[in-house]
Design a protein around this ligand. Sequence first.
Ligand code: SAM
Length: 252
Amino acid sequence: MRISVVTIFPEMFDALKCCGVFRRALESGIIDFMVFNLRDFTDDRHHVVDDYPFGGGPGMVMKVEPFYNFMDWYKSKFSSNPFVILTTPQGKRFNSDVARQLAEKEELVFLCGRYEGVDERVVNMVDEELSIGDYVLSGGELAAMVMIEALSRFVPGVLGDEDSSRDSFYNELLDHSHYTRPREFRGMKVPDVLLKGDHEKIRLFRHMERIKRTILRRPDLFLKRDLNLEDKKAIIQLVRLLAEGKKVEEME
Ligand code: SAM
């Protein structure tokens, strides 16, 4: 998969490239990631990317020409049909489902705004306007990084399939708890069931935790889920424990 970004602050993306899962995806060649400086696509000597707003008002607006120049150049060089995303607080809300859909595209281009945003005519050349939440950032770079990190986890080969399917939000459930050594720390114990090696029970325990957490923390998600047999067994077990006055961690 190829992911490209155009921004006036390309150096911000060093933070994304440097580390962890995304860095490994780049090194293994699963993701081809390129960052372009919008100023390289200006027509004037001073590489100006912003101008005063027509109609007056505070702040500056990002000019339309550099974005079109960039896309013309990009399409001539790489592909005639990338999926183009404009980062904007006014866009559709990015979430795990959107991340998974984007991960299926072969080629993505993210446009990062700054100042008061981009000239409205830029919108005519984008496929989707996306927001990472109901707040305003000073630029689209962090938003693009959030989206790129999240979607790359769904690109085949970046994580194991099983790993990505166990994460929160996959199939409308939150993830279960996680523990590592020591078995006891300051009186806090790892649940017994995780220490006994009964994989069937561990699977049930973890599924009960997913269900319980989702119901308590995100009932909106749980209501969207079509219950399967595994869910029903976990719910039966949860109700039994509840009736005995026990917690999930006390499952034997
Ligand atoms: N005047 C714009 C508005 O109120 O809708 C906000 C412009 S903002 C200061 C500058 C740029 O930051 C935007 O063009 C966009 O690229 C990016 N941005 C800000 N908040 C964002 C968000 N929640 N999601 C995605 N991008 C965002």
